[in-house]
Write a protein that binds this ligand. Sequence first.
Ligand code: NAD
Length: 311
Amino acid sequence: MPSTVFVTGGAGFIGSHVVPLLLERGHKIRLFDNMFRGDRARVAEWVATGDVEFVDQDVRYGGAVHAAMKGCEDVIHLAAVSINKSQADPYESVDINMVGANNVFAAAADHGVRRVVFASSASVYGDPESLPMKEDGPVNPLTPYCVAKLAGEHLLDYYARRSSLSWIGLRFFNVYGPGQKPTAYYTSVINHFVKRLRAGEPPVIDGKGEQSMDFVHVHDIARSVVMSLDVDPAQANLAVNVGTGIDTSVAELARTLIAAVGVNVEPQFNPRDVLVSRRAADITRAREVLGWEPTIDLATGMKELVETEIA
Ligand SMILES: NC(=O)c1ccc[n+]([C@@H]2O[C@H](COP(=O)([O-])OP(=O)(O)OC[C@H]3O[C@@H](n4cnc5c(N)ncnc54)[C@H](O)[C@@H]3O)[C@@H](O)[C@H]2O)c1
Protein backbone atom coordinates (compact mmCIF):
# COMPACT_ATOMS: atom_id res chain seq x y z
CA MET A 1 0.00 0.00 0.00
CA PRO A 2 1.46 3.42 -0.90
CA SER A 3 2.24 5.43 2.24
CA THR A 4 3.95 8.66 3.22
CA VAL A 5 7.57 7.73 3.86
CA PHE A 6 9.99 9.80 5.94
CA VAL A 7 13.40 9.35 4.31
CA THR A 8 16.47 10.68 6.13
CA GLY A 9 19.65 11.08 4.09
CA GLY A 10 17.54 10.60 0.96
CA ALA A 11 19.63 13.07 -1.05
CA GLY A 12 22.78 10.92 -0.78
CA PHE A 13 24.19 8.10 -2.93
CA ILE A 14 21.84 5.28 -1.87
CA GLY A 15 18.90 7.64 -1.26
CA SER A 16 19.10 8.88 -4.85
CA HIS A 17 18.33 5.34 -5.98
CA VAL A 18 15.67 4.69 -3.30
CA VAL A 19 13.57 7.83 -3.94
CA PRO A 20 12.73 7.04 -7.62
CA LEU A 21 11.70 3.48 -6.67
CA LEU A 22 9.40 4.80 -3.93
CA LEU A 23 7.85 7.30 -6.37
CA GLU A 24 7.33 4.52 -8.96
CA ARG A 25 5.38 2.62 -6.33
CA GLY A 26 3.11 5.58 -5.59
CA HIS A 27 4.55 6.60 -2.23
CA LYS A 28 4.69 10.21 -1.03
CA ILE A 29 8.04 11.20 0.45
CA ARG A 30 9.16 13.59 3.14
CA LEU A 31 12.88 13.85 2.55
CA PHE A 32 14.91 14.96 5.57
CA ASP A 33 18.54 15.81 4.86
CA ASN A 34 20.99 18.49 6.00
CA MET A 35 22.61 18.42 2.53
CA PHE A 36 26.03 17.75 3.99
CA ARG A 37 26.57 15.46 0.98
CA GLY A 38 23.23 15.58 -0.77
CA ASP A 39 22.52 16.45 -4.39
CA ARG A 40 20.40 19.67 -4.44
CA ALA A 41 19.61 19.50 -8.16
CA ARG A 42 18.15 15.98 -7.77
CA VAL A 43 16.11 17.08 -4.77
CA ALA A 44 14.68 20.04 -6.73
CA GLU A 45 13.62 17.63 -9.54
CA TRP A 46 11.86 15.36 -7.05
CA VAL A 47 10.11 18.26 -5.28
CA ALA A 48 8.83 19.41 -8.71
CA THR A 49 6.90 16.10 -9.04
CA GLY A 50 4.64 17.28 -6.20
CA ASP A 51 5.13 13.96 -4.36
CA VAL A 52 8.27 14.92 -2.41
CA GLU A 53 8.49 17.46 0.40
CA PHE A 54 11.99 18.50 1.40
CA VAL A 55 13.04 19.34 4.96
CA ASP A 56 16.55 20.84 5.11
CA GLN A 57 17.41 19.79 8.67
CA ASP A 58 19.77 17.76 10.81
CA VAL A 59 19.03 14.43 12.55
CA ARG A 60 20.99 15.71 15.55
CA TYR A 61 18.06 18.03 16.37
CA GLY A 62 15.49 15.75 17.97
CA GLY A 63 12.77 18.42 17.99
CA ALA A 64 13.18 19.06 14.25
CA VAL A 65 13.03 15.32 13.50
CA HIS A 66 9.93 14.88 15.64
CA ALA A 67 8.08 17.82 14.07
CA ALA A 68 9.01 16.83 10.50
CA MET A 69 7.87 13.21 10.89
CA LYS A 70 4.26 14.09 11.78
CA GLY A 71 1.84 12.26 9.47
CA CYS A 72 4.40 9.77 8.07
CA GLU A 73 3.52 6.06 8.16
CA ASP A 74 6.93 4.56 7.34
CA VAL A 75 10.54 5.62 7.93
CA ILE A 76 13.72 4.90 5.99
CA HIS A 77 16.75 6.04 7.95
CA LEU A 78 19.80 6.50 5.70
CA ALA A 79 21.41 9.67 7.13
CA ALA A 80 24.89 9.00 8.51
CA VAL A 81 28.49 10.12 8.24
CA SER A 82 31.03 7.67 6.92
CA ILE A 83 33.34 5.20 8.59
CA ASN A 84 36.41 7.29 7.68
CA LYS A 85 34.90 10.38 9.27
CA SER A 86 34.10 8.37 12.40
CA GLN A 87 37.78 7.73 12.97
CA ALA A 88 38.70 11.35 12.29
CA ASP A 89 35.96 12.73 14.56
CA PRO A 90 34.32 10.18 16.87
CA TYR A 91 32.28 12.86 18.67
CA GLU A 92 30.55 13.99 15.50
CA SER A 93 30.13 10.39 14.37
CA VAL A 94 28.38 9.34 17.58
CA ASP A 95 26.27 12.51 17.54
CA ILE A 96 24.98 11.92 14.02
CA ASN A 97 25.05 8.15 13.72
CA MET A 98 23.93 7.14 17.21
CA VAL A 99 22.14 10.13 18.81
CA GLY A 100 20.68 11.08 15.41
CA ALA A 101 19.44 7.51 14.85
CA ASN A 102 17.86 7.51 18.31
CA ASN A 103 16.09 10.80 17.50
CA VAL A 104 14.62 9.20 14.38
CA PHE A 105 13.58 5.96 16.09
CA ALA A 106 12.12 7.65 19.20
CA ALA A 107 10.06 9.99 16.99
CA ALA A 108 8.88 6.99 14.93
CA ALA A 109 7.69 5.24 18.10
CA ASP A 110 5.88 8.42 19.26
CA HIS A 111 4.18 8.98 15.90
CA GLY A 112 2.88 5.39 15.63
CA VAL A 113 5.06 4.64 12.57
CA ARG A 114 4.46 1.17 11.08
CA ARG A 115 7.88 0.19 9.67
CA VAL A 116 11.40 1.56 10.15
CA VAL A 117 14.03 0.50 7.61
CA PHE A 118 17.50 1.24 8.92
CA ALA A 119 20.72 1.39 6.86
CA SER A 120 23.00 -0.73 9.02
CA SER A 121 26.30 -2.07 7.72
CA ALA A 122 28.34 -5.25 7.20
CA SER A 123 31.06 -3.46 9.16
CA VAL A 124 29.30 -4.56 12.39
CA TYR A 125 31.00 -7.95 11.84
CA GLY A 126 34.55 -6.57 11.93
CA ASP A 127 37.05 -8.92 10.29
CA PRO A 128 35.14 -12.19 10.08
CA GLU A 129 36.68 -15.48 11.19
CA SER A 130 34.81 -17.44 8.55
CA LEU A 131 32.75 -16.85 5.41
CA PRO A 132 29.97 -16.37 4.56
CA MET A 133 28.99 -13.87 7.25
CA LYS A 134 25.68 -14.70 8.91
CA GLU A 135 23.40 -12.30 10.77
CA ASP A 136 23.42 -14.44 13.92
CA GLY A 137 27.20 -14.94 13.80
CA PRO A 138 29.74 -13.01 15.89
CA VAL A 139 29.86 -9.21 15.66
CA ASN A 140 32.90 -7.09 16.35
CA PRO A 141 32.27 -3.39 15.65
CA LEU A 142 35.71 -1.80 15.37
CA THR A 143 34.99 1.94 14.93
CA PRO A 144 32.44 4.42 16.35
CA TYR A 145 30.59 4.13 13.01
CA CYS A 146 30.21 0.36 13.38
CA VAL A 147 29.30 0.67 17.07
CA ALA A 148 26.55 3.15 16.14
CA LYS A 149 25.17 0.80 13.47
CA LEU A 150 24.96 -2.10 15.90
CA ALA A 151 23.53 0.16 18.62
CA GLY A 152 20.91 1.34 16.11
CA GLU A 153 19.67 -2.22 15.63
CA HIS A 154 19.41 -2.67 19.42
CA LEU A 155 17.65 0.68 19.88
CA LEU A 156 15.10 -0.37 17.27
CA ASP A 157 14.50 -3.57 19.23
CA TYR A 158 13.83 -1.42 22.28
CA TYR A 159 11.33 0.86 20.49
CA ALA A 160 9.63 -2.12 18.82
CA ARG A 161 8.90 -3.54 22.29
CA ARG A 162 7.24 -0.33 23.49
CA SER A 163 5.38 0.85 20.38
CA SER A 164 3.63 -0.35 17.24
CA LEU A 165 6.70 -0.06 14.99
CA SER A 166 8.51 -3.00 13.45
CA TRP A 167 11.92 -2.73 11.82
CA ILE A 168 14.42 -4.19 9.37
CA GLY A 169 18.13 -3.37 9.75
CA LEU A 170 19.82 -3.84 6.38
CA ARG A 171 23.50 -4.72 6.71
CA PHE A 172 24.78 -3.38 3.39
CA PHE A 173 28.03 -4.87 2.06
CA ASN A 174 30.26 -2.98 -0.46
CA VAL A 175 27.84 -0.79 -2.38
CA TYR A 176 28.91 0.52 -5.80
CA GLY A 177 27.23 2.09 -8.82
CA PRO A 178 26.15 5.38 -10.38
CA GLY A 179 26.63 8.36 -8.06
CA GLN A 180 29.15 6.61 -5.79
CA LYS A 181 31.51 8.89 -3.88
CA PRO A 182 35.22 8.24 -4.42
CA THR A 183 35.92 8.53 -0.68
CA ALA A 184 35.25 4.92 0.41
CA TYR A 185 38.39 2.76 0.29
CA TYR A 186 37.16 0.44 -2.45
CA THR A 187 35.53 3.14 -4.60
CA SER A 188 38.84 4.99 -4.60
CA VAL A 189 40.52 1.73 -5.71
CA ILE A 190 37.98 1.34 -8.54
CA ASN A 191 38.53 4.93 -9.72
CA HIS A 192 42.31 4.61 -9.47
CA PHE A 193 42.39 1.34 -11.47
CA VAL A 194 40.11 2.76 -14.16
CA LYS A 195 42.19 5.92 -14.55
CA ARG A 196 45.36 3.83 -14.99
CA LEU A 197 43.66 1.51 -17.48
CA ARG A 198 42.41 4.45 -19.55
CA ALA A 199 46.01 5.69 -19.72
CA GLY A 200 47.02 2.21 -20.95
CA GLU A 201 48.78 1.41 -17.65
CA PRO A 202 48.22 -1.83 -15.70
CA PRO A 203 46.60 -1.71 -12.26
CA VAL A 204 49.20 -2.26 -9.52
CA ILE A 205 48.12 -4.53 -6.68
CA ASP A 206 49.83 -4.82 -3.30
CA GLY A 207 50.60 -8.41 -2.32
CA LYS A 208 48.64 -11.11 -4.16
CA GLY A 209 45.40 -9.11 -4.27
CA GLU A 210 43.64 -11.69 -2.09
CA GLN A 211 41.76 -9.18 0.02
CA SER A 212 38.12 -9.50 -0.95
CA MET A 213 34.85 -7.62 -0.80
CA ASP A 214 31.23 -8.44 -1.54
CA PHE A 215 30.26 -5.84 -4.14
CA VAL A 216 26.56 -5.16 -4.45
CA HIS A 217 25.03 -2.76 -6.97
CA VAL A 218 23.27 0.31 -5.57
CA HIS A 219 20.12 -0.46 -7.60
CA ASP A 220 19.85 -3.83 -5.85
CA ILE A 221 20.47 -2.08 -2.52
CA ALA A 222 17.62 0.35 -3.27
CA ARG A 223 15.32 -2.59 -4.10
CA SER A 224 16.14 -4.20 -0.74
CA VAL A 225 15.20 -0.96 1.05
CA VAL A 226 11.84 -0.66 -0.69
CA MET A 227 11.08 -4.39 -0.32
CA SER A 228 11.69 -4.07 3.44
CA LEU A 229 8.54 -1.93 3.67
CA ASP A 230 6.45 -4.97 2.62
CA VAL A 231 7.80 -7.54 5.10
CA ASP A 232 5.08 -8.96 7.35
CA PRO A 233 5.54 -7.56 10.90
CA ALA A 234 5.60 -11.13 12.24
CA GLN A 235 8.79 -11.71 10.20
CA ALA A 236 10.39 -8.32 10.91
CA ASN A 237 12.51 -6.96 13.77
CA LEU A 238 15.79 -8.32 12.53
CA ALA A 239 19.05 -7.56 10.77
CA VAL A 240 19.33 -8.71 7.14
CA ASN A 241 22.53 -8.95 5.09
CA VAL A 242 22.42 -7.29 1.67
CA GLY A 243 25.29 -8.48 -0.49
CA THR A 244 25.67 -10.97 -3.32
CA GLY A 245 27.32 -13.80 -1.39
CA ILE A 246 30.30 -13.58 -3.77
CA ASP A 247 33.67 -12.51 -2.40
CA THR A 248 35.58 -10.71 -5.13
CA SER A 249 39.32 -10.37 -4.58
CA VAL A 250 41.18 -7.18 -5.51
CA ALA A 251 42.91 -9.21 -8.27
CA GLU A 252 39.51 -10.30 -9.66
CA LEU A 253 38.25 -6.73 -9.41
CA ALA A 254 41.25 -5.57 -11.46
CA ARG A 255 40.51 -8.22 -14.13
CA THR A 256 36.83 -7.23 -14.21
CA LEU A 257 37.80 -3.58 -14.73
CA ILE A 258 40.33 -4.49 -17.45
CA ALA A 259 37.48 -6.23 -19.31
CA ALA A 260 35.10 -3.31 -18.66
CA VAL A 261 37.57 -0.73 -20.00
CA GLY A 262 38.49 -3.11 -22.84
CA VAL A 263 42.30 -2.87 -22.75
CA ASN A 264 44.89 -5.57 -23.23
CA VAL A 265 46.98 -5.41 -20.04
CA GLU A 266 47.67 -7.73 -17.09
CA PRO A 267 47.57 -6.55 -13.47
CA GLN A 268 50.96 -6.07 -11.82
CA PHE A 269 51.66 -7.40 -8.37
CA ASN A 270 53.81 -5.49 -5.92
CA PRO A 271 55.28 -8.16 -3.55
CA ARG A 272 54.40 -7.01 -0.04
CA ASP A 273 52.93 -8.48 3.11
CA VAL A 274 49.31 -7.41 3.16
CA LEU A 275 46.78 -8.08 5.88
CA VAL A 276 44.17 -10.12 4.04
CA SER A 277 40.58 -9.54 5.07
CA ARG A 278 37.69 -11.14 3.26
CA ARG A 279 33.99 -10.47 3.00
CA ALA A 280 31.00 -12.36 1.68
CA ALA A 281 27.42 -12.23 2.90
CA ASP A 282 25.14 -15.13 3.64
CA ILE A 283 22.00 -13.85 1.91
CA THR A 284 19.60 -16.65 2.85
CA ARG A 285 17.66 -14.29 5.12
CA ALA A 286 17.35 -11.58 2.45
CA ARG A 287 15.92 -14.21 0.11
CA GLU A 288 13.53 -15.68 2.69
CA VAL A 289 12.38 -12.55 4.54
CA LEU A 290 12.49 -9.86 1.83
CA GLY A 291 12.09 -12.11 -1.22
CA TRP A 292 15.20 -10.27 -2.53
CA GLU A 293 17.89 -11.48 -4.95
CA PRO A 294 20.75 -9.50 -6.44
CA THR A 295 20.03 -8.85 -10.13
CA ILE A 296 23.16 -7.03 -11.40
CA ASP A 297 26.38 -9.03 -11.60
CA LEU A 298 29.76 -7.38 -11.09
CA ALA A 299 30.90 -7.51 -14.74
CA THR A 300 27.67 -5.81 -15.92
CA GLY A 301 27.63 -3.27 -13.09
CA MET A 302 31.29 -2.29 -13.51
CA LYS A 303 30.96 -2.01 -17.30
CA GLU A 304 28.03 0.37 -16.88
CA LEU A 305 29.96 2.35 -14.25
CA VAL A 306 33.02 2.65 -16.46
CA GLU A 307 30.92 3.73 -19.46
CA THR A 308 28.73 6.27 -17.68
CA GLU A 309 30.43 7.53 -14.55
CA ILE A 310 34.17 7.50 -14.20
CA ALA A 311 35.60 10.39 -16.21
N1 NAD B 1 27.63 3.23 0.58
C1 NAD B 1 27.96 2.11 1.21
O1 NAD B 1 28.79 1.32 0.75
C2 NAD B 1 27.30 1.77 2.53
C3 NAD B 1 27.62 0.55 3.12
C4 NAD B 1 27.03 0.22 4.34
C5 NAD B 1 26.12 1.09 4.92
N2 NAD B 1 25.83 2.28 4.32
C6 NAD B 1 24.88 3.18 4.99
O2 NAD B 1 23.85 3.55 4.08
C7 NAD B 1 23.41 4.88 4.37
C8 NAD B 1 23.47 5.74 3.11
O3 NAD B 1 24.82 5.73 2.64
P1 NAD B 1 25.27 6.55 1.36
O4 NAD B 1 26.40 5.79 0.77
O5 NAD B 1 24.10 6.91 0.56
O6 NAD B 1 25.90 7.84 2.08
P2 NAD B 1 25.89 9.38 1.58
O7 NAD B 1 26.92 10.08 2.40
O8 NAD B 1 25.95 9.47 0.11
O9 NAD B 1 24.43 9.86 2.03
C9 NAD B 1 24.13 10.20 3.35
C10 NAD B 1 23.12 11.33 3.34
O10 NAD B 1 22.87 11.71 4.70
C11 NAD B 1 22.91 13.11 4.80
N3 NAD B 1 23.33 13.48 6.16
C12 NAD B 1 24.57 13.35 6.71
N4 NAD B 1 24.57 13.82 7.96
C13 NAD B 1 23.30 14.24 8.22
C14 NAD B 1 22.68 14.83 9.35
N5 NAD B 1 23.39 15.10 10.48
N6 NAD B 1 21.36 15.13 9.29
C15 NAD B 1 20.65 14.90 8.14
N7 NAD B 1 21.19 14.34 7.04
C16 NAD B 1 22.50 14.01 7.08
C17 NAD B 1 23.91 13.56 3.74
O11 NAD B 1 23.72 14.93 3.36
C18 NAD B 1 23.65 12.60 2.62
O12 NAD B 1 22.65 13.10 1.74
C19 NAD B 1 24.31 5.39 5.49
O13 NAD B 1 23.62 5.20 6.72
C20 NAD B 1 25.50 4.49 5.42
O14 NAD B 1 26.14 4.37 6.69
C21 NAD B 1 26.39 2.64 3.14
